[in-house]
Write a protein that binds this ligand. Structure first.
Ligand code: GDP
Length: 390
């Protein structure tokens, strides 16, 4: 049993203040893990577009990186994620534009702070990209080659009589990889990406690779900030949220719990508000995320949001709203079957008021999580069906 699990037990059995503080500290720390991603490549490679797409922000929107202007990036510019400001993408100037050798360049941009580098090119990787990658490697940092604008290549090849998407992708990949071999990279991996359609090609693979390479404690920070480009991502987010429910349930049990008509035990409403607001943001069911997605899919906002069942999506989540929903659910969803309570007996000891509050909050949060995850899937499927394919 890890420290946090032991703390849950301590909280529920002895209402131990130190254990409460430990859980609070753990959850707070999880939320504040910084992740700094450096995006570099020559001017016009598609850095700013990638930065915007990753953060789900449209060109021209507040906070968007400027695109398509010759040399728009002349300095290191931070672009925090709108919902997860601890995750920042840094748009770095192309090394060729700075006239610095790779080692000086890395010092100049402050390489130590970056968790990893993404080197973008719209063509093969050139001398400067290679020099930089080698220097990043020497500094014991990770880098990933991204070949951008793949939608353009597919479009161009589509006109050919014997067009096959797979063949076009293989051709680009081999071209890039062979270029890197020649430069002495033994086993280079190149991710083929279209920033206009992150759900296609290798962006998911890039995420999986980054996830694997990151230290375990940073993985969720990346996951939550990932756009919902696949059902797999939505499911992973759900699992990650799920794994934290017991800690929140323990805090609710010792927090300012209020009785809710129809619930078997009192719950801490403000805590539930905070957690469910996180769910809505993670599943991109907050109003601005939905508006952006509707726009991208060419749908009216109301048509997209029509597939949503939960009352908690696309609205400001308040205590009153949670209370209202809980009252309407009381009974089948929130009452506890004896076997459910007994499942927790090893953790909560005897069934005290606190134990009941723990189990009730646990059930309530699970319910909201399932609802919002299901809605996220519905929204994803509705929007994806209408997304352009090249
Ligand atoms: P930067 O100078 O590296 O920041 O490059 P930008 O992001 O400004 O992109 C340069 C141009 O390429 C702009 O006109 C973008 O719209 C276009 N572009 C960038 N990424 C993509 C992509 O994935 N697909 C297509 N078709 N165009 C892209």
């Amino acid at each position: 049993m890890d420290d946090q699990n032991a703390a849950v037990k301590e909280v529920l059995n002895n209402n131990d203040a130190a254990a409460v503080a430990e859980i609070q500290k753990y959850l707070e720390k999880q939320k504040n893990i910084p992740l700094n991603i450096a995006i570099t490549g020559e001017s016009g490679a598609g850095k700013s577009t990638f930065v915007n797409a990753f953060r789900g922000i449209k060109v021209g929107e507040e906070g968007a990186a400027l695109t398509g202007v010759v040399e728009t990036t002349s300095e290191v510019t931070p672009y925090p994620h709108p919902n997860y400001p601890k995750l920042t993408l840094w748009d770095l100037p192309g090394i060729g534009t700075t006239k610095f050798p790779a080692d000086k360049y890395l010092k100049l941009v402050g390489f130590e702070m970056f968790d990893f580098f993404i080197i973008i090119s719209a063509d093969r990787f050139r001398e400067n990209d290679v020099k930089l990658a080698k220097e990043i490697q020497r500094m014991k940092k990770k880098f990933y080659f991204v070949r951008s604008k793949i939608d353009n290549d597919i479009q161009a090849d589509r006109r050919k009589r014997d067009f096959s998407e797979e063949r076009t992708l293989t051709k680009i990949r081999e071209y890039c990889v062979q270029g890197l071999w020649k430069e002495g990279f033994e086993d280079p991996q190149v991710f083929l990406v279209s920033s206009f359609e992150l759900y296609l090609y290798d962006f998911s693979l890039l995420h999986e690779t980054l996830e694997r390479d990151l230290p375990a404690h940073k993985r969720d920070a990346l996951l939550f900030a990932m756009p919902n480009i696949s059902l797999k991502i939505i499911n992973k987010k759900k699992e990650a949220f799920q794994s934290k429910i017991k800690y929140y349930a323990a805090l609710s049990a010792v927090g300012a719990a209020v009785p809710v008509p129809g619930l078997s035990a009192a719950v801490d409403l403000s805590l539930i508000v905070k957690v469910v607001t996180d769910y809505a943001a993670g599943f991109e069911l907050d109003k601005s995320s939905l508006e952006r997605l509707a726009h991208k899919a060419g749908l009216r906002y109301t048509d997209l949001s029509a597939v949503i069942k939960s009352e908690l999506a696309s609205v400001q989540i308040t205590k009153e709203l949670i209370m209202k929903v809980l009252i309407s659910l009381a009974g089948p969803v929130t009452s506890m079957a004896a076997e459910e309570v007994s499942r927790w007996i090893p953790v909560i000891g005897t069934i005290t008021a606190m134990g009941l509050s723990f189990v009730t909050t646990y059930k309530v949060l699970n319910y909201f999580l399932n609802e919002l995850a299901d809605d996220s899937v519905m929204v994803f499927e509705k929007a994806l069906a209408l997304m352009p394919s090249p």
